[in-house]
Write a protein that binds this ligand. Structure first.
Ligand code: GLC
Length: 530
């Protein structure tokens, strides 16, 4: 029998904190007891502590250790528990228990517990039994909507499903799924699209909300911002946190004589919004949603050609590392603007999806126009960037020798000439990219390969997911199935929904965050296929 998903999730109060859908509060284990902090945009948890050193003791003064932590409650020996009464209220329940903790200014607090006490949040009267029953019902309802998966994937999928719930926060008037309450507290553009892919199975309206959050914040020139957060948006370099400027100055190269463009540079993320809209629509058809999204998707698509193609050759470039979504890739060692082969592959697919949407909306002429654009764009990509053996990456207008997983992304179009598609499939299955845990984001034999460094070698689930789709679309179902199987096994065996994995060991890369939204989303979506 497969384990019950609801009972399968154990919180370690470290990688998996005790937290709740809609709540910024995170309960973790500290050196001297439990601590509670608030997750906020670009703020370290050490700066948002609400309390530390929470310890419970029995009437004789013996410590009552945490017995178990589940999505519903932190359970202490002796029957006491910590529970969410609502997203801003944490309550302690128990009888004959002594609790002590400290406030951020060092003030010590204590109390003798006899019933239900508000530990954090507005004062109020709560019934322990009612709070527990409501928490259990909330989680039972959420897990009841988890897609079915194979028995060996239940624990990882349930943990992923829990991650998707607790990463939901109220942002800009909607419920937005943040990449992680550790370090990424906002809604990032392409993350939101990957999140929508998983949410469509359980709650299509919530999936649409992830996409609408960005369409709502479209800029007058048509671009979609990089981030929407509780204080506003990040849509050009003037919105970047100061620490990001320092980081970029350190690693972005100035080869080829390139200098960062003076003045604000637009910042967005790779164009995949029409792809995501169509995936949600396929699972849960909704013509009014398509009709509302379509004109905005068209404007977003045109932005790339109007603004993000500085040399005007019809093949747009990324004008900023963050717009590629691959911030630290060695592509950026060569200059501050670049054109890896993924961008124009995504734009081809977007044109095909705009065609599907136009067809669904009863606009066959527009659909035909989008399809001919997709065909012409593919021809241009092949004519200009296929050198006979591989697709090249340009940095600041010149070819660079770096070999990344993005070189394979033209498969995503499903429109390549058969011999070129076959060559990409062969490259993927060669020792440069294949191993027990494909796909390294930089080729294993590239001098820049580093198995631990962000986007410089580790496996990322979104890249694998897009390649799996591309392989299927291009007629390589066998390679796609093998890549899917290896991806699922890697995540299952590593024991967490990390941001990225070391492709040599299959373990969490040192600097990768945990509870990562798109890893959770795409793992569930791949696992749900049966
Ligand atoms: C990092 C990634 C980027 C992602 C963001 C939020 O900056 O490089 O692709 O969108 O985190 O997860």
């Amino acid at each position: 029998m497969s384990p019950d998903p609801h009972g399968a999730v154990e919180l370690d109060l470290d990688e998996r904190p005790f937290t709740e859908r809609g709540s910024r509060l995170l309960v973790t284990a500290g050196p001297d007891g439990l601590r509670v902090a608030r997750a906020e945009y670009e703020t370290r948890l050490a700066d948002t502590l609400e309390l530390t050193g929470l310890v419970l003791r029995d009437a004789d003064g013996h410590p009552l250790p945490v017995r178990a932590a589940t999505p519903t409650a932190v359970e202490f020996a002796g029957g006491a528990a910590l529970l969410f009464a609502d997203p801003v209220t944490l309550v302690l329940t128990g009888q004959d228990v002594h609790a002590s903790w400290r406030l951020p200014d060092g003030t010590a607090r204590q109390l003798s517990l006899d019933g239900c006490h508000v530990l954090l949040g507005p004062p109020g009267e709560w019934s322990a039994a009612a709070v527990r029953a409501a928490a259990e019902a909330r989680w039972a309802a959420w897990f009841a909507r988890m897609p079915a998966v194979r028995p060996d994937l239940v624990v990882a999928a349930a943990t992923a499903w829990w991650t998707l719930a607790v990463n939901l926060l109220p942002i800009a008037g909607r419920e937005g799924l943040v990449p992680s309450k550790y370090g990424y507290v906002g809604v990032w553009n392409w993350d939101a699209l990957f999140h929508a892919v998983a949410l469509r199975h359980a709650d299509p309206a919530l999936a649409r909300d992830q996409i609408l959050l960005f369409l709502d914040h479209q800029l007058p020139d048509g671009r979609l911002p990089d981030v929407v957060h509780e204080h506003g948006v990040l849509s050009d370099t003037t919105d970047l946190p100061r620490s990001d400027h320092a980081r970029l100055a350190e690693h972005v190269g100035t080869a080829n004589g390139a200098r960062p463009t003076p003045g604000p540079v637009p910042v967005t993320k790779p164009p995949l919004a029409a792809w995501a809209v169509w995936k949600v629509h396929e699972t849960a058809p909704d013509l009014p949603f398509l009709a509302a999204a379509y004109p905005r998707l068209v404007r977003a698509h045109r932005w790339w050609f109007a603004v993000s193609d500085p040399d005007g050759d019809g093949l747009p470039e990324y004008l900023h590392p963050y717009s590629s979504g691959l911030d630290d890739s060695p592509v950026w060692d060569h200059g501050p603007r670049a054109e890896p082969p993924d961008l124009n592959s995504y734009l081809v697919l977007e044109a095909d999806r705009l065609a599907d949407i136009a067809d669904a909306l009863g606009r066959p002429d527009e659909a035909a126009d989008w399809r001919s654009r997709a065909a012409a764009h593919t021809d241009l990509l092949v004519a200009r960037r296929w050198d006979g053996t591989r697709f090249t990456t340009l940095a600041a207008g010149a070819p660079v020798p770096v070999r990344t997983a993005l070189d394979l992304m033209p498969l995503f179009t499903g429109r390549l000439p058969a011999d070129i598609a076959a060559a990409l499939d062969r490259i993927l299955r060669s020792p440069a990219f294949w191993g027990e845990r494909p796909v390294p984001t930089v080729a294993f034999d590239d001098p820049a390969f580093d198995p631990e460094a962000m986007w410089r070698g580790p496996v990322w689930l979104n890249i694998n997911y897009l390649l799996i789709e591309g392989l299927r679309r291009s007629g390589f179902a066998g390679t796609a199935a093998e890549l899917r199987a290896r991806t699922l096994a890697m995540v299952r065996d590593a024991g967490g929904l990390y941001e990225y994995w070391n492709p040599l060991t299959g373990t969490r890369a040192r600097t990768a965050t945990s509870g990562f939204g798109w890893s959770a989303a795409l793992f569930v979506d791949l696992a749900a296929e049966g």
